[in-house]
Design a protein around this ligand. Structure first.
Ligand code: NAI
Ligand code: SOE
Length: 398
């Protein structure tokens, strides 16, 4: 019989749903599964929310105090899918209780908090992962293989974007994502962090940054309820409004270890862009281009092609590509956001059962938080800012 792992999931909003789906379906894709995740207990902020989540997502127990999950000796894995201000407290308590920890991104509100989390998991010796799932899109994994095989030659530059429009409307309410005390930062930690993770995955450590950081909508309608409706709710007219104290947008130049240069732009105010997470990577022998909105495709340019054949070639990911065989049998049948979470879940569960480390782990989450802190500092000062602790060299982010 396949081993089982009891999961305690904390938070039943957008990410609670995505993680529950991944635990339920991972063995249906990856078989033999490294272990069968058992949806043991789920927590949300009230008894009613927790009960509803348990019924909907198939968990055996519902609790409104997350400490009951952390303290339960039956729980093997604590999975943190709540707003950012709770990540550190829960992860540290879970590690101290000897649980393996999966934590949503950004790892914490800032690098200092993230560092405490790294110390806690290191001391406890538990498996830990930060949920930067976009790097697990098969096309992104393929990009990494192409880079590792040296097919692009020496890397020259990385250009990344993450453009969304769900908060462009000033009547979209002041959810937790617009409050510094909860979120830590705005577009920087929320979405630029994903591109930073991919940049580290493909290129290596970021050494210094020079950023413009901006807040366009500085007051929003006060929201009732804890969950972020991500722009699907509107409150117009003479409603109570309160201050937004995080950024909407960041644009930055980057210097990587090893001499690669780059740029990243992230905004939640780009009308017409939904989940426009893109990158281009240029090397001395070729280039790669990716757009998450066409996530089954990777564009490859080979500078060695004859002059009359120059152009990007579209590779449709499928069974021959990383984790592709576990998904669907024909390329371009189409994978979704859920599949990236299922792959993430597989790799995490495999790490827990084998004891082998998995990436991105809390160290990676901490490194991304250091870059985010540097972006915010540069946005304030207008100067280039060195990223604290960035001394590990190209490839260290693997
Ligand atoms: P959400 O607002 O949809 O859900 C948060 C849930 O946490 C709500 O159900 C809320 O009631 C619950 N909650 C709040 N306080 C709680 C407490 N003390 N105990 C138990 N539950 C509590 O938020 P969403 O979008 O699910 O975000 C959660 C985390 O996931 C954030 O860190 C966010 O940055 C991250 N995220 C990551 C994504 C990715 O692509 N990897 C996508 C969306 C979010
Ligand atoms: C909102 O910007 C959001 O839900 C982010 O929090 C996620 O990390 C991203 O994957 C989708 O957009």
């Amino acid at each position: 019989m396949t081993e089982t792992l009891k999961i305690g999931l904390i938070g039943a909003g957008f990410m609670g749903k995505a993680h529950a789906l991944a635990y339920a379906t991972m063995p249906m894709f990856f078989w033999p599964a490294p272990a069968i995740p058992v949806r043991y207990a789920i927590a949300d902020a009230t008894d009613e929310l927790a009960r509803e989540a348990a019924e909907r997502f198939g968990f055996g127990k519902a609790v409104s105090d997350w400490r009951r999950i952390v303290d339960d000796p039956e729980v093997d894995v604590v999975d943190i899918a709540v707003p950012n201000d709770l990540h550190a407290e829960i992860a540290i308590a879970a590690a101290e209780a000897g649980k393996h920890v999966m934590c949503e991104k950004p790892l914490a509100r800032n690098a200092a908090e993230a560092h405490e989390m790294v110390e806690a998991v290191r001391k406890a010796g538990v498996i830990n992962m930060v949920a930067f799932n976009y790097r697990r899109t098969p096309a992104v994994l393929l990009a990494r293989e192409i880079v590792e095989r040296g097919e692009l030659g020496r890397l020259l530059n990385f250009r990344g974007t993450y453009l969304q429009d769900w908060s462009a409307d000033p009547d979209s309410p002041l959810s937790w994502r617009f409050q510094k005390k909860v979120a830590g930062s705005g577009a920087v930690g929320d979405i630029a962090s994903h591109v930073i993770d991919i940049a580290r995955f493909l290129v290596g450590d970021v050494m210094s940054v020079n950023a413009v950081v901006k807040t366009y909508v500085d007051r929003r309608p006060v929201q009732s309820g804890l969950r972020d409706a991500l722009g699907t709710a509107r409150t117009s007219g003479a409603v109570e409004r309160a201050d937004v104290d995080v950024d909407d947008e960041v644009m930055t130049m980057l210097r990587f270890a090893g001499g690669v240069v780059g740029s990243i732009e992230a905004t939640r105010n780009a009308y017409g862009r939904n989940n426009f997470l893109t990158f281009e990577l240029h090397g001395e022998r070729g280039s790669l281009a990716f757009n998450y909105e066409r996530r089954d495709e990777l564009q490859l340019f080979d500078a060695g092609d004859p002059g009359d054949r120059r152009g990007f070639r579209t590779i449709y990911t499928g069974p021959p590509h990383p984790h592709g065989a576990a998904l669907w049998p024909i390329p371009a049948l189409g994978i979704g956001y859920g599949e990236t979470k299922i792959i993430e879940c597989h790799d995490f569960v495999e790490a827990v059962t084998t004891g082998k480390p998995v990436s991105p782990d809390f160290e990676d989450g901490y490194a991304v938080a250091q870059i985010c802190d540097a972006l915010l500092e540069s946005g304030e000062s207008g100067a280039w800012v060195d990223v604290q602790g960035a001394d590990k060299g190209v490839g260290a982010a693997a």
